[in-house]
Design a protein around this ligand. Structure first.
Ligand SMILES: [Zn+2]
Length: 318
């Protein structure tokens, strides 16, 4: 029998339930929605977490589509899923947990007697600790971003190769291989010996169908490669960026990009222009380095100093 919160499944079964994480302001019990798929056969344990950032819904779109497609009788091992991690952020469609105004993915490994976010992080980190592999499904918030997978442990970490392999298997086509900030699940779980990646499934307000399909395929790739399901998988070469350059606006106005996300840019290429409301050019910004046009703001209006776009740099193929 495998249990996860109130969910419990014998071999060959799946179940859903709630993982208690305390009480809401009205005193009602709060439980994160969880699913446990207990395979008929022995194997590894995979943990999938979605909506760590409350406005990042593509991962939930993946989970919602994935679970009904999995037959526990055909699975070797166990799949543990938290469908909505940032419970309070999700309720109000905000990135951070509004109870403590914290980004949940800076709170790992958490603290079971700490703040709201630390308690949620501790509860899901305990599940991650039971796993052999972890997928923390994110996206570039509500901005516009390519589909990519992040390796956050840093290239000198003892688990770097395993994390990079997992990212290659997930197979979004692009990998950002750059040590992340403290408190990320993809930083904390490798310290416990668990290969962990952040698939970043595009960027959208609500759901993006292409990104959700990429995410579902990525999870199935992991299930095939690591022996949860019978089948072969050929891992395709991917473009890796080992750094990231962010650009802000030197002036206020309306931004215009000359090309689409995923385009290769060369140092000196125009990245964006700022005009006034009547089309008069105010600024033209060029790329500092060669790279790939990775992410850009969704809304066209910017103030001086406001974030405009990012370029993935230091490219190679892995
Ligand atoms: Zn995120």
């Amino acid at each position: 029998m495998t249990t996860l919160g109130t969910a419990a499944a014998s071999p060959g079964e799946m179940d859903t339930g709630r993982l208690p994480v305390g009480e809401a302001r009205d005193g009602s019990e709060v439980g994160l929605p969880v699913a446990v798929i207990n395979g008929r056969h022995d194997g590894k344990t995979l943990f999938i977490q979605a909506v760590s950032d409350g406005d990042e819904l593509n991962g939930l779109g993946v989970v919602r589509r994935l679970v009904p497609q999995i037959d526990p009788d055909e699975i070797a091992g166990e799949i543990l899923i938290v469908g909505i991690t940032n419970y309070y952020g999700f309720q109000v469609a905000e990135h951070r947990n509004p109870i403590d105004d914290t980004k949940l993915n800076r709170a790992f490994p958490g603290n079971e007697s700490g703040t709201s976010s630390e308690r949620i992080a501790a509860a899901t980190f305990e599940i991650a600790s039971r796993a052999d592999l972890v997928l923390d499904l994110h996206q570039g918030s509500t901005s516009c971003m390519i589909n990519e997978t992040r390796v956050r442990c840093g290239t000198r970490h003892r688990l770097h190769e395993e994390c990079l392999e997992l990212a290659r298997v997930f197979g979004c086509g692009y990998i950002l291989d750059l040590k992340g900030p403290d408190g990320q699940l993809a930083r904390a779980a490798p310290d416990e010996g668990i290969p962990t990646i952040d698939p970043e499934l595009g960027g959208a307000v609500g759901w993006d169908e292409t990104s959700i399909q990429k995410g579902v395929k990525g999870v199935f790739n992991v299930l095939y490669y690591y022996g949860f399901l019978d089948g072969d998988l050929t891992v395709q070469p991917q473009t890796r960026a080992k750094s990231f350059e962010q650009y802000g606006s030197p002036s206020g106005g309306l931004v215009r990009f000359p090309f689409d996300l995923g385009k290769k840019v060369q140092q000196g290429d125009t990245l964006f222009e700022i005009t006034d409301p009547f089309g008069t050019l105010k600024s033209r910004i060029t790329a500092d380095s060669d790279g790939i046009f990775w992410r850009h703001r969704r809304l066209p209006q910017v103030a001086t100093g406001e974030y405009v776009c990012s370029v993935g740099t230091k490219l190679d193929e892995v």
